[in-house]
Design a protein around this ligand. Structure first.
Ligand SMILES: Cc1ncc(COP(=O)(O)O)c(C=O)c1O
Length: 448
């Protein structure tokens, strides 16, 4: 029972303190309990708590939309922003926006959204249809309409035995996208992808040249490029958006989580001018809506979070490629775990990292899925006062264990050092293992 948060810590009702080393689920970026965010939200609620977007827009939504377009970079100048209540709503919005864009420009046959295996785009049925996370999809599959899911480069377990830092494998996977677009026979409307795989593979970055090839293929075939930056956006990887690492410019950018750092339910779909103009010049309105689009209190929370993120230079703090930052400290400290027999890989960028466990380091054989090794490590961390995000399925959707690490950007070097020591001890405690755990599934509570 969590009752209070401050900085990197969360407290339970009985006084136990936890260091939040996963930002809940890669949500919190500015730290817990920041009074200026709650003050801004309270002030907005006092002035105007809500209006429906069919009747009004609000100064806070208009101003924050412009600030977000600026934050997203030059490519989005003259574009538009659609605010939602989170990641899944934003993905649903992006899928429908891609379809409407194609209809507006006279491409009525284009309705398919291509996506990737081993991905996660949300819990609603449309988002689940484009997701590849086997465990989260399995029982709902008869309910979803599916289009092609292509393979995803995963260099630690490279399927092509590359000897060129996986440049070759990146090109092979990009070619798979081109074949899928051709097989769709003119029906592909968009391609959705996580620039860096989030929870499902555990912070896997793409190989060099891959995303550039993917972007070029989409552009050549008239397929909208949709970057899902729900987890990687708003500074998490040490850039405003992760796409900046690879210099690509999607048509639609989806974000949530860090946009409000968890202070309010908020997500955003940021579109380029090309997409916004096509709708403005066509039917004139996006045929889509939720009652709580652009909720003034949530949007104001996002605005206040962006102000703080800028004032404290937190995107720079997250940059693992610059010495002296929290990101760099996290990278070096986590990499020290490589000396453990059970740690096969440590990977990531910025403040988004994955630690993959293996039963045999030489063959990279995973632990038996029934052992739920990541779950055991997660529980051992919890007993030691550390919150991490354990996941299973990185190898084939079922087997393969990893932890996702995504702390708030104001974490100190000492706190990182302490947290990594707890993981080290937790891994040792979890070998040999037993017990059951279901990672990635929320516990039901009486409020449901
Ligand atoms: C990449 C990605 N997209 C979409 C979602 C869904 O977001 P939400 O849980 O806010 O609906 C998530 C959630 O983890 C995510 O990581």
């Amino acid at each position: 029972m969590a009752v209070r948060g401050e900085g990197v810590y969360v407290w339970e009702a009985d006084g136990n303190r936890y260091l939040d080393f996963s930002g809940s689920a890669a949500v919190n970026f500015i730290g817990h309990g920041v009074g200026e965010i709650s003050d801004a939200m309270a002030e907005q609620a006092r002035q105007l708590e809500f209006v429906h977007t069919s009747q009004f827009t609000t100064p806070v939504a208009e101003e924050f939309a412009q600030e977000l377009l600026d934050f997203a970079g030059d490519h989005f100048a003259g574009g538009a922003v659609y605010f939602t209540c989170g990641g899944s709503e934003s993905v649903e919005t992006a899928l429908k926006l891609a379809r409407q864009y194609q209809v507006e420009i006279g491409e009525r046959n284009r309705h398919q959204i291509l996506s990737r295996q081993q991905s996660y785009h949300g819990a609603t049925l449309g988002a689940l249809a484009v997701s590849g996370n086997r465990k989260r999809r399995e029982i709902y599959l008869p309910m979803v309409r599916e289009f092609e899911h292509i393979g995803v480069p995963y260099c630690y377990r490279c399927a092509f035995e590359c000897t060129d830092s996986c440049y070759n494998c990146g090109q092979q996977y990009a070619a798979e996208l081109e074949r899928a677009i051709q097989a769709a026979k003119g029906a592909a409307a968009g391609f959705i992808f996580e620039p860096m795989s989030g929870a499902t593979l555990g912070a896997v970055a793409p190989p060099p040249g891959y995303l550039q090839a993917v972007a070029e293929i989409c552009q050549r075939h008239g397929v909208l490029l949709i970057a899902d930056e729900v987890m990687t956006g708003m500074g998490r990887t040490g850039r405003n958006f992760a796409i900046e690492h690879w210099g690509i410019t999607p048509d639609i950018l989806v974000t949530a989580k860090g946009i409000s750092s968890g202070y309010a339910p908020l997500g955003a779909v940021i579109t380029s001018k090309k997409v916004a103009d096509a709708i403005a010049a066509g039917s004139g309105a996006f045929l889509h809506g939720f009652t709580y689009n652009a909720h003034p209190v949530s949007v104001d929370a996002g605005r206040a979070v962006l102000r703080r993120l800028r004032a404290l230079n937190l995107v720079h703090a997250a940059d693992s490629q610059t010495d002296g930052t929290a990101g760099a400290a996290l990278k070096t400290t986590l990499e020290s775990l490589r000396d453990l027999d059970a740690v096969g890989d440590v990977r990531g960028l910025g403040l988004l990292w994955g630690v993959e466990f293996v039963a045999d380091k030489r063959t990279k054989a995973p632990f038996a899925a029934e052992k739920s090794f990541a779950g055991l490590v997660g529980q051992a961390c919890l007993r030691r006062g550390l919150l991490v995000y354990p996941m299973q399925g990185c190898v084939d959707g079922i087997a393969g264990d990893h932890l996702l690490i995504a702390p708030p950007a104001m974490i100190t070097v000492e706190q990182i050092g302490w947290a990594v020591e707890q993981i080290r001890a937790a891994v040792k405690e979890s070998l040999p293992t037993g017990g059951k755990h279901q990672p990635g599934v929320s516990k039901p509570n009486r409020a449901i």
